[in-house]
Design a protein around this ligand. Structure first.
Ligand SMILES: C[S@@+](CC[C@H](N)C(=O)[O-])C[C@H]1O[C@@H](n2cnc3c(N)ncnc32)[C@H](O)[C@@H]1O
Length: 341
């Protein structure tokens, strides 16, 4: 890929931090405009919502890391347990020249386990983290400090734009990873389109590694999203603070509470912000004034939980061949390795 022309075409600015670390970001003006427009659109619907991708400003990303260390938040530990156990099983699928591409890399902590595995079968690794959060620059710097044999090319943007960015980078095979069950935030339809998008851009020798949260006891699910320290509540409410800060809005955070429930029929945790009183809100940069009634809910996230048969049929439908399924000891979580058919 001719990096420079593609980067210009897509409206990115590049930041070369050190020899082995460059990241690309869309201009600030374009991201603020998109944020303001999307918020206007989703808060004008009869059922108000805020996209979960807006959780992740710097504070939101930090609070997400706090969630990962909560005893109730099993997905993090379950996926880590799997990653710690798969070295010998994953290495036979690798050659000596894989790139690592990560969707929603966040603080890239679990990624280290994969980097360690890849660096067992090759001397140098090129890592492409893609994340909408500015946390990417610090995570990338930390990695470069700890791994002299790593080069990082980051993209601070949405999954979709990041995938367009890295498509046709070069002929080397990619291990494309999507950890943390972020896939569960998509609706069924969005999820299928996303899998197809990944499948379409994969080369025949690329691999796809996806972490998915499994259906389980409802109490375990409830506790994971309603933790006793109220960290998930802080995470959910932080999106209102972000809208206040970046879009000149006047949400009074005290007038909202976190609400997370499991819908068994839909197989998902649904997360909302509940308005505690009738109230009017103005969001200046979205040119929007809305009224919320007492107990009205703003939807902020769905987190789907999957059965093995659902996973197998979604992979098949989107043209993937399942190579491996690895589970944690409680069978709470699965890592699936797949390739393009
Ligand atoms: C649930 S966290 C997972 C973080 C990490 N991969 C893990 O497993 O712990 C989701 C990550 O994806 C990023 N993210 C969320 N929505 C995104 C989007 N639409 N495009 C790009 N990144 C997104 C967030 O900033 C966050 O770092």
């Amino acid at each position: 890929m001719n990096n420079k022309s593609k980067q210009e075409l897509l409206g990115y600015q590049s930041y070369s931090i050190q020899e082995n670390l460059t990241y690309f970001k869309p201009t600030k003006i374009s991201t603020t405009t998109t944020f303001a427009e999307e918020i206007r659109h989703t808060l004008l619907q009869p059922k108000k919502s805020i996209s979960p991708k807006f959780f992740y400003d710097k504070d939101g990303s930090k609070i997400f890391d706090e969630i990962c260390s909560l005893p109730e938040y099993y997905p993090y530990n379950a996926e880590t347990e799997i990653l710690q156990a798969i070295e010998k099983k994953l290495i036979p699928y690798l050659s000596n020249e894989f790139h690592l591409v990560e969707l929603g890399s966040g603080s890239s902590v679990k990624t280290r386990l994969l980097i360690d595995i890849l660096l067992k079968s090759q001397n140098h690794l090129q890592y492409f983290p893609i994340d909408i959060s500015e946390i990417l620059d610090q995570s990338a710097k930390n990695l470069c400090m700890d791994y002299p044999n790593l080069s990082v090319t980051g993209v601070v943007d949405t999954f979709e734009n990041g995938l367009d960015f890295i498509e046709h980078y070069d002929d080397k095979p990619n291990l494309i990873t999507f950890l943390g069950s972020s896939f569960g935030n998509f609706s069924k339809n969005e999820g299928m389109l996303f899998l197809q998008k990944i499948n379409n851009l994969m080369k025949s020798d690329d691999l796809f590694l996806i972490g998915l949260d499994l259906k389980k006891d409802q109490q375990v699910l409830h506790n994971a999203y309603n933790d006793s320290q109220k960290t998930t509540a802080k995470f959910n409410l932080n999106v209102l603070k972000r809208i206040n800060d970046e879009l000149d809005a006047n949400f009074n955070i005290e007038n909202f509470e976190h609400h997370a429930v499991y819908d068994e029929e839909k197989g998902r945790i649904e997360m909302y912000l509940r308005s505690l009183s009738e109230q009017s809100i103005t969001i200046s940069k979205s040119e929007l004034s809305i009224t919320l009634s007492k107990d009205e809910l703003i939807h902020t996230e769905n987190s789907h939980k999957f059965s093995i048969s659902q996973i197998e049929s979604s992979l098949k439908e989107s043209n993937f061949e399942k190579l491996e399924m690895w589970f944690d000891s409680q069978k709470y979580f699965v890592l699936v390795l797949a390739k393009k058919i």
